[in-house]
Design a protein around this ligand. Structure first.
Ligand code: BMA
Length: 316
């Protein structure tokens, strides 16, 4: 199996030798799959908020911690967010978290998909310690998912990226909304769209919360393409304007990570790499992207900001 086979992949991401880093076998109780983790670093440890699917087919979110972000994971025996009767919008599970440190509030904000009979919706919760959460609740009604909050306000507003399913044209693109309080959100504004004829032609969705850099907000997103063998989920990069993130400064034409490793090609949903978290180490410039492989396991691929900017510099 080639480690990578595509020009952008060769230049950018290196898969961790220990992939997959976490599987269902690592869990302290029987589960079907662990995938699509949010990622955070609290100054001491890498914290993954993992989507864990049980044998009813419902997901909950559980925390795994590691000193080096690669090994020695300590997994909480109790879920951090579990569907409950008090939250009917989550009756079918909670999925695909993204975690943002919002310094102004002294909190981590978790954006996740609340899944229930009315469809997937965007929900928010906050935590200080990844041991308990305060639910804000559903903030974008169905059908909406793939949400991530920016770490700071822009023009007095928090910003949430999300993926509403638009009625006209049945598009599934990346939009953003603004809020003064994280609770009430203004009408969505378009950011960028699926590209006809390309690897991200069917649907796109925000990956981890964008990172603020001197060049703009760095975005990793997933792009989907329909094929006769099913859907392929790959990862692309973009840069958004720092003060007006509706403005796309750069966008990779090629994907930078796609399913080629066995743990990305075999599993419950073959052909999926789905990133929800990354950890940037400002001292080493290392950027670690944590992602789900084939909706079954958790893996990581590493790059550096300079490699990322070298690539984006050559993109329109
Ligand atoms: C998307 C989400 C993800 C999943 C992906 C591939 O719609 O539901 O959780 O990883 O499909 O199945």
């Amino acid at each position: 199996m080639p480690e990578s086979w595509h020009p952008s992949e060769q230049r950018i991401f290196r898969r961790a030798v220990g992939n997959p880093l976490l599987t269902a076998d690592d869990w302290p109780y029987p589960v079907n799959a662990v995938f699509n983790p949010a990622a955070a670093h609290d100054g001491e440890q890498t914290i993954l908020v993992c989507r864990v699917e049980d044998f009813e087919g419902h997901s909950h979110l559980s925390v795994a911690r590691s000193e080096d972000g690669l090994s020695g994971w300590v997994i909480e025996p109790e879920p951090l967010i579990h569907p409950s009767h008090d939250h009917p919008a989550e009756a079918w599970g909670v999925e695909d978290p993204r975690v943002t440190r919002v310094e102004e509030l002294g909190l981590w904000v978790i954006a996740y998909t609340a899944y229930g009979p009315t469809g997937p919706a965007v929900a928010l919760a906050t935590t200080t310690d990844f041991r308990t959460v305060e639910r804000i609740g559903v903030v974008c009604p169905p059908e909406d998912k793939n949400a991530a909050v920016l770490p700071r306000r822009i023009d007095g507003h928090f910003v949430l990226f999300h993926r509403p399913r638009t009625v006209v044209g049945n598009h599934a693109d990346i939009w953003m909304s603004r809020s003064a309080d994280l609770v009430s959100w203004l009408a969505p504004e378009p950011v960028f769209r699926a590209r006809a004829g390309m690897w991200d032609s069917t649907r796109i969705g925000m990956g981890p919360p964008p990172i603020e850099t001197e060049h703009g907000w760095l975005v990793a997103y997933h792009g989907v393409r329909d094929t006769v063998a099913g859907q392929l989920y790959r990862v692309g990069l973009a840069l958004l304007d720092l003060e007006d993130p509706r403005v796309v400064l750069r966008r990779s034409r090629e994907w930078v990570l796609g399913p080629v490793a066995p743990y990305e090609l075999q599993g419950d949903v073959p052909g999926v790499v789905f990133p929800c978290g990354w950890v940037h180490d400002p001292f080493t410039e290392t950027l670690r992207l944590y992602y789900g492989g084939a909706d079954t396991v958790i893996a990581m691929a590493e790059t550096s900001l300079s490699d990322v900017f070298d690539l984006l510099e050559h993109c329109g």
